[in-house]
Design a protein around this ligand. Structure first.
Ligand code: TRP
Length: 450
């Protein structure tokens, strides 16, 4: 729906929930969470991740929706007006500016991985995985990474799909797609989980993910887990704020946020369980890194009945889920351009798409020709972008939003917008003014001193 001022709004509360869930659910759940669990020592990571979602994620998700809905503007202008309303410094708007940059930087590598998924759609559709072994599956993936042209092709397609939908306007482009996308993704993941349960080593998988081993809790694991809670819920950069700005006044922010966080976490944990059951049954390496799902899932699809069909469908759904997340990564910037300049949405989407495409090319070359190029902290291009955004920029953005909402925004306004019972409101406020900031700062300090 487009209202009088030319800004879209969601048709109803349910569409907002679906769209925001669509932003949250993406490669973060299916691709990133499973491999991060393996790289960071299994259950210790899962435990901190779940704690981060509960103590920091849900309260901040509510905060972002609340901040966005109150001003019905793009994050940068919304923060400026919110600060003005509460008589505090207009410099708070730079949270919005940093968020735009963060989203764009994330999309530069997100689109490359989105390309991997698309390439797997095509391979699954051509039955390339039939009876594949663990070793074959790994070399399949290595071959993809070693081919810049193939990567370039799929990366380009992924950006084109995303930007086409963004150009049409997020509310108009998304309302229908999400209605079937998320339920279908859940359904197919259950099929996969059922299959993993019957042929994989589910007991080993559950032990790996859920038997706490406190000796594995390191500063890096903690920071990665906290960072991934931000990444997975799409918080800390304004995606949720801008989606909240398209939301009408009547929705309950708290219930919506809890619903989204549960759906998002469950989906990621299901994916993890299914994948590790296959990893342990096939003697694969849990710490394989970013290639993990591309090395394990083809084994399942290659052997299960109707595997080519399920495999193709699975990767199509993941590609869609990635695209609906990708849109939310650029939407703050697009909204800012459209609301502040004469540039049209189409042109803004094209320009930004080109920019992300170019940086993305450097990212995909970092898997082959530029393998040895180090950018910062001894990390390559892909890793630098990932670490910089997930473990620094997102938590920092979240920290600032929590401090703003908890200490600088006047109580009457947040209370009015959240519309909570007194006790729940106090809990939200406690989380934003103390728990979340302390948790984020503690993890930063832990890292600097370790
Ligand atoms: N949450 C998405 C995923 O899990 C990615 C994403 C979309 C995101 N918007 C974001 C991450 C904003 C951080 C911030 O795949």
């Amino acid at each position: 729906m487009i209202n009088k001022t030319g800004r879209g709004t969601w048709a109803n509360r349910w569409t907002f929930i679906l769209a925001t869930t669509g932003s949250a659910i993406g490669l973060g759940n299916i691709w990133k969470l499973p491999y991060m669990i393996g790289v960071n020592g299994g259950s210790a990571f899962v435990l901190i991740y779940i704690l981060s979602i509960l103590l920091v994620g849900i309260p901040l998700l509510m905060t972002e929706v609340m901040l966005g809905r109150r001003m019905q503007k793009n994050p940068m202008d919304a923060m400026r007006d919110l600060a003005k309303e509460s008589n505090t410094s207009p410099a708070w708007r730079y949270i919005g500016a940093m968020g735009m940059l963060t989203g764009v930087l994330i999309l530069c590598f997100y689109s490359v991985v989105g390309g991997w998924v698309l390439s797997y759609v095509s391979q699954a559709a051509q039955s390339s995985f039939t009876n594949i072994t663990g070793t074959e599956s790994s070399s399949h993936f290595d071959a993809l990474l070693a081919s810049p042209l193939t990567l370039l092709f799929w990366h380009t397609i992924f950006i084109m799909i995303t930007m086409t939908i963004v150009a049409r306007g997020v509310t108009a482009g998304l309302e229908k797609a999400n209605n079937f996308l998320i339920p279908s993704l859940f359904a197919i993941l259950l099929v996969l989980l059922g299959y993993s349960m019957s042929v994989g080593d589910m007991a080993a998988s559950a032990t790996f993910m859920f038997t706490p081993d406190f000796s594995k809790i390191t500063a890096t694991a903690a920071l990665n887990a906290l960072g991934h809670a931000f990444f997975s819920l799409s918080i800390g950069m304004g995606s949720i704020m801008v989606y909240g700005s398209y939301l009408q006044r009547d929705a309950s922010i708290a219930r919506t946020s809890i619903y989204i966080a549960i759906a998002d976490s469950l989906l990621g944990l299901f994916a993890g369980l299914a994948i590790y059951a296959l990893v342990f049954a096939n003697q694969l390496e849990p710490g394989a890194g970013p290639g993990l799902i591309f090395q394990t899932l083809p084994i399942a699809f290659g052997h299960m009945p109707w595997g080519n069909f399920f495999g193709t469908l699975f990767f199509i759904l993941v590609a869609f889920a990635a695209a609906t997340s990708a849109m939310s990564l650029v939407e703050p910037t697009i909204a800012w351009v459209v609301e502040n300049t004469k540039v049209s949405r189409k042109l803004a989407a094209t320009g930004l798409g080109l920019l992300i495409w170019v940086v993305g090319v450097a990212v995909l070359l970092s898997f082959n020709i530029w393998q040895d190029v180090k950018v910062a902290f001894g990390l390559g291009i892909f890793d630098t972008l990932d670490k910089l955004t997930s473990t620094i920029m997102l938590p920092l953005g979240g920290l600032l939003m929590a401090i703003f909402a908890g200490h600088f925004m006047q109580k009457q306004y947040s209370q009015q917008e959240l519309n909570l019972k007194k006790s729940s409101y106090q809990l939200w406020r406690l989380a934003n003014s103390f728990i979340a900031p302390i948790a984020i700062i503690a993890v930063f300090i832990l890292l600097l001193t370790s």
